[in-house]
Design a protein around this ligand. Sequence first.
Ligand code: SF4
Ligand code: SF4
Length: 372
Amino acid sequence: MFAQPDRAGFLPLAQLPALVARLMALGYQCLGPVVEQGAVVMRALESPDDLPRGLQAEQAPGHYRLTSDPHKRYFAWANGPQAIKPLTFAPQESLWRVERDDAGGLQFAAVTPPVARQAIIGVRACDLAALALQDAHFLREGRRDPHYAQRREQLFLVAVQCAVPAATCFCASTGDGPTPTAGYDLALAELADGFVAAAGSDRGEAVLNALNLAPATAQQIEAARQQGQSAAAAQTRSLPSRNLRDSLMNQLEHPRWDDVAARCLACGNCTAVCPTCFCHAEADAPALDGATSRHERIWDSCFVEGHGHLHGFNVRPDIRTRYRQWLTHKLATWHDQFGRSGCVGCGRCIAWCPVGIDLTEEVAALTAGGPP
Ligand code: SF4
Ligand code: SF4
């Protein structure tokens, strides 16, 4: 259950727009689920009444279709192709610009445009876990990324418990869901007539206090707890709960890498949708008159051939070595970097892989012999 269930309030269904209105009144641009090109994405809400009801997402390897939730819940869709990552780690942005001064010298300037305060409504537990990993990368001591940091500081996170996980979800096995336990400002668990609502920060508490909610009853809190347990039990996919570092690093010549390479298109979809992937490329974009140039950062992928180029040769010349790099970084060497696996069990890489490659199946095949 949430971090402080004993201090939770109860937000009746009809009052959900009041929560959004409160956040808007505080100056937040509110982002919530919006259907775009057949998928749920986080976009700015025009008004507090814009949150859609009754959306559900059917997901399977290589498959994502919106369906209808017969109970008309607000948050019955498990997740869409993206959540927080593009809002903090921009797909493309200028890091700095350089221009020639009158004396012919070069003047460098940081490019840090002002960012809006953003409240995201409907963040999932897996997304919060992924954000904590992105924080560990972009905000690490001595290497704080100013672009990421300024957007991260402006976020207000309204998390929701997943009551209807997709068939691709396995956050229960990675320990990251389906109920949010940390990293949110507010957390909601949707019941038939309203939401158990708990604060996870002082500003979250201030928002809840302004709504004058009645305390959640013991029955409501118990119903939310049971809902989380049922959602965890409904997940059919899993990763082994043990640290897979040695199991995978001892299998670098396993024939399964050839098998998956024969299916993988090296399209990079899995890295684009993965909420923890942070690889990027940098390039200069000079103006045609030669007077100025912008230094751009663009999302990159270990599946792109150029990502493996090192001074005259390519360390990952084929799809076998690129897929192996992705999986062994995500699930093995991530432990060396960040003290945990880089997978939060969101299942996006499974649903959005055009050929339906399922990392839980690949891991099962690669580690079939058990721990090393
Ligand atoms: S590896 Fe796949 S399931 Fe794990 S966090 Fe990334 S996209 Fe989600
Ligand atoms: S595993 Fe799937 S999504 Fe990832 S690069 Fe290969 S084909 Fe694309």
